[in-house]
Design a protein. Structure first.
Ligand code: ZN
Length: 191
């Protein structure tokens, strides 16, 4: 496995619409090795997710994994999931403000507006259909990663730019309020 370089804001690959994969492409040893690199790079950087174009490959694949994470202690746990050609279906119009950060946007966080409840349709790494209803903070993570595949960054979803802050000032001024709201969301579904 190889750790890949993560593109940062300003690199055009982050603004590229990633293309869909075929099942034949997905099955190749090269693509399977790429998926291992994606996961390895995400874990090495303590990311809760990583999209393929963040490591310079504009294809519709992303990885998500939420476990005890020093970057995001408020996030509930979610097992390692690789999504291929994912599509989001909002389950209601209800939204919430998710204080997000991104490995491609160093040292910045801000409140992005996200759907509270979504259904995600995708394939797993073997090309088998994968479908799940996802809610709350985890739904925020899924929307963040799938946005990357459309060339969007969380900054594009920040309605109030006054919420933007460095990680240091987030810890100092905003973590308490957001953690409280996050706990309420997590409690709503008991997960
Ligand atoms: Zn990101």
């Amino acid at each position: 496995m190889t750790l890949r370089k993560i593109a940062t804001i300003g690199h055009p690959v982050l603004r590229t619409l990633a293309r869909e994969l075929t099942r034949d492409e997905l099955a190749t040893p090269t693509m399977q090795a790429f998926l291992d690199d994606l996961v390895e790079t995400m874990r090495d950087a303590n990311g809760a997710g990583l999209a393929a174009n963040q490591i310079h490959a504009p294809i519709r694949v992303c990885a998500i994994e939420q476990k005890k994470n020093p970057r995001y202690p408020e996030k509930p746990e979610f097992p390692l999931t690789i999504l291929v050609n994912p599509v989001i279906e909002p389950l209601s119009d209800e939204t919430f403000l998710n204080y997000e950060g991104c490995l491609s946007v160093p040292d910045l966080r801000g409140e992005a507006e996200r759907f509270l409840e979504i259904r995600v349709h995708a394939w797993d790494r073997d090309g088998a259909p994968w479908e799940r209803e996802i809610r709350g903070l985890t739904a925020g993570t899924f929307q963040h990663e799938i946005d990357h595949l459309d060339g969007k960054l969380f900054l594009d979803r920040v309605k109030d730019t006054r919420s933007l802050c460095t990680w240091k000032e987030f810890e100092r001024w905003h973590v308490a309020g957001f953690t409280l709201r996050a706990k309420e969301l997590v409690a709503r579904w008991g997960a």
